[in-house]
Design a protein around this ligand. Structure first.
Ligand SMILES: [Fe+2]
Ligand SMILES: [Fe+2]
Ligand SMILES: [Fe+2]
Length: 399
């Protein structure tokens, strides 16, 4: 989170308006959401990046359809464009916001901080490296603002502190963005794409789970608003996978014991992320408890029947059902008979709610169609997203 802190301090030093500071804070926290491949992420630890990274454009493509974050998307888009004595005002025919250049500067400062070394001993060398790039990589006025604040120890002590999440001039309660229920569901859908689009094989999974959870809620007699919250929780259930290293998510072969253990972190990370964003407790638990089992043998909390509410049970069944009926690279979706028999076995073992499995089995065809339609729509989103990426690559090659 260094970058977010640094960008806020720089923005404040430069006298940027509060509204712009808010956008920069969110953009700082989300600047690398478009990082989908390990190969690209490896290159970013170097101070100077040889090839034009694609992840800014990818992040922009993710955020573009969601109006409340479209400004943030524009800030993220070109956060690796060099200033080049003013030529960096424009990139591939579009204007580059000054905020993108500020994020670029903050990002490169953050890359230069070595976490293993005492931060105050690094000040001189970092100042020197940044100052040497004034005009070439960075806007000179921004470099001056940095050199000013970089002379003060507190800036570095905050920047290097693991406790710093983000900085706000109001110190704390800074309402960065307020969304109503439907907007929040839309945001959840966007985040599920960020998680799922890391691989074409999982590109539609969370969308399938979200639709199945909402439909199973309806079949169980839950209200419209509860079903909407179940859908939102379904979109977010695997958001903790953002913390799983790309080399594991991308591994083509069988995972070893250590890698499986790391994958198992994800539902606890979902819990922590949703708690941190202040999601209401029920919806958060529906989402984060999707690997718990009624007999207490699930993970990570080993909760059992009395603690697992209907919403949690629905999510678990929806997740397993979706995984069974969707196509995987190594097998097509399972037949009705096979899927129902697996779900029934899990019920006999004491893992799943028998009433829900019965409801699901009684409405199997309808549920399968709902799942396939949701996944089909997510796959179309994925394909148009992949085309936009190709288009961008071609533009970069021609430029
Ligand atoms: Fe980046
Ligand atoms: Fe999961
Ligand atoms: Fe899942």
């Amino acid at each position: 989170m260094w970058l977010t802190y640094i960008v806020c301090r720089l923005a404040e030093t430069l006298g940027v308006s509060e509204a712009e500071q808010k956008s920069l804070t969110i953009a700082g926290a989300m600047h690398d959401i478009g990082l989908l491949s390990l190969a690209e992420s490896r290159g970013l630890v170097e101070f100077e990046i040889e090839t034009r990274p694609e992840h800014g454009e990818v992040g922009y493509l993710f955020l573009k359809p969601f109006a409340p974050l479209s400004t943030v998307g524009e800030l993220i888009r070109d956060h690796h464009v060099y200033w080049q004595d003013g030529a960096g005002e424009v990139f591939l025919g579009h204007a580059v916001p000054l905020g993108s250049h500020l994020i670029h500067l903050a990002d490169r400062i953050a890359v230069l901080i070595h976490p293993q070394q005492e931060v105050l001993t690094q000040i001189a060398s970092i100042r020197e490296r940044i100052a040497a790039q004034s005009g070439r990589m960075f806007i000179p006025r921004f470099v001056e603002a940095f050199l000013d604040i970089a002379g003060k120890e507190f800036f570095w002590l905050d920047a290097a502190s693991p406790a710093v999440e983000w900085y706000s001039p109001q110190n704390g309660d800074w309402d960065l963005i307020s969304l109503d229920g439907p907007q929040f569901m839309e945001l959840a859908r966007l985040f599920c794409h960020i998680v799922d689009f890391k691989s074409p094989f999982t590109a539609a999974h969370s969308s399938g789970v979200a639709a199945c959870a909402g439909a199973l809620g309806r079949l169980s007699g839950l209200s419209d608003s509860e079903c909407a919250r179940l859908t939102t929780a379904g979109y977010l259930h695997d958001i903790g996978k953002l913390s799983v290293p790309l080399e594991i998510l991308e591994k083509p072969g069988v995972l070893d014991e250590r890698e499986i253990a790391i994958i198992r972190h994800h539902s606890y990370e979902t819990y922590k992320i949703l708690r941190r964003i202040g999601m209401d407790e029920n919806t958060r638990n529906w989402s984060a408890y999707h690997h718990e089992r009624l007999d207490g043998s699930g993970y990570p909390f080993h909760l059992s029947a009395p603690q697992l509410t209907l919403g949690c049970r629905i999510m678990t069944v929806a997740d397993i059902f979706t995984a069974l009926v969707e196509n995987r690279p190594y097998r097509p979706g399972l037949s009705r008979e096979k899927a129902i028999s697996i779900l029934q076995n899990m019920t006999t073992q004491g893992w799943l709610d028998g009433d829900l499995v019965q409801t699901l089995s009684g409405n199997f065809d309808e549920m399968t169609v709902i799942c396939q339609q949701a996944e089909g729509s997510a796959l179309r989103d994925y394909q148009s997203f992949a085309l936009a990426r190709q288009d961008y690559e071609q533009q970069v090659m021609v430029a």
